[in-house]
Design a protein around this ligand. Structure first.
Ligand code: ZN
Ligand code: ZN
Length: 257
């Protein structure tokens, strides 16, 4: 008889999976940007200093707690699926390959919208200290800040899994690929370096794509720049920081030392 993993096995399995992916990617960003190439790339460091070790240790500690919450939410979602509350499916043939790839794009768009609006909500003065204080302890984040959240915010962030699985047919592998994109983007957004070319801001792409400069400024200024993958909601709602484009141009035109 086939063994179906129970709640605890799913939680433990997804914690290990998430922790491995997170530590490899954030560790790689750390080794490259904060050890090996910290001098060579310094002209592209958005804030021209490095966070202290206690700050980085705090970010890592909170990130581990978030990974536990993400894993628990994953296991709860699988329970929901077993009760028939979601559209999670296990055979790719059920909806075909075109939908498999489309569902990844749809999850990215859904998460971008979910993130923008919940992010604005947790900046409300009544919610901030319960949901978003920890993430803003980092004024000059390192790659390890990507998952440094209050437990309540980690739950809000993790809800994208049940949310996506409820609103559309979703294969767990499609969600895992989305998670790969999500982790990579988040780590690049917190690593502190602007890697986009200067022309980005003068093209339509700069109005669509978000940049590390955008999010690092959010940590620095606390107001404005609420978006995640794309800059579309910030532009539509007029919430880009007024110095965002100028800062991007400044960072991307510095001379190499
Ligand atoms: Zn914020
Ligand atoms: Zn952040």
């Amino acid at each position: 008889m086939k063994h179906f993993p129970n709640f605890y096995e799913i939680t433990a399995g997804s914690f290990i999976d998430l922790a491995i992916r997170y530590s490899i990617l954030a560790g790689l960003a750390w080794v490259l940007g904060y050890v090996l190439f910290k001098h060579r790339w310094f002209h592209r460091k958005i804030i021209a200093r490095f966070p202290s070790s206690p700050e980085v240790r705090r970010e890592i500690g909170y990130s581990i707690m978030s990974l536990v919450i993400f894993a628990l939410t994953g296991a709860v979602t699988i329970q929901f699926a077993r009760m028939g509350w979601t559209q999670l499916y296990w055979r790719i043939g059920e909806h075909g390959w075109p939908w498999f790839w489309l569902s990844i794009g749809a999850t990215i768009l859904l998460h971008d919208t979910w993130f923008y609006w919940t992010h604005r909500l947790v900046h409300h003065r009544r919610l901030f200290r319960y949901f978003h204080r920890v993430h803003h302890l980092s004024h000059n984040p390192s790659p390890w800040a990507a998952y440094a959240f209050d437990p309540a915010e980690a739950v809000v962030q993790a809800s994208i899994f049940p949310l996506a699985a409820i609103v559309m047919p979703l294969h767990p592998l499609a969600f895992a690929i989305f998670m790969g994109w999500q982790i990579t983007f988040n780590i690049l957004g917190h690593a502190g370096y602007e890697f986009h070319p200067r022309w980005l801001m003068d093209s339509w792409l700069g109005h669509v794509l978000n940049t590390p400069t955008n999010h690092i400024m959010h940590h620095e200024k606390l107001r404005g720049n609420y978006g995640l993958y794309f800059n579309v909601w910030d532009r539509l709602m007029g919430t880009n920081h007024k110095e965002y484009e100028a800062r991007f141009r400044e960072v991307t035109s510095r001379a190499k030392r």
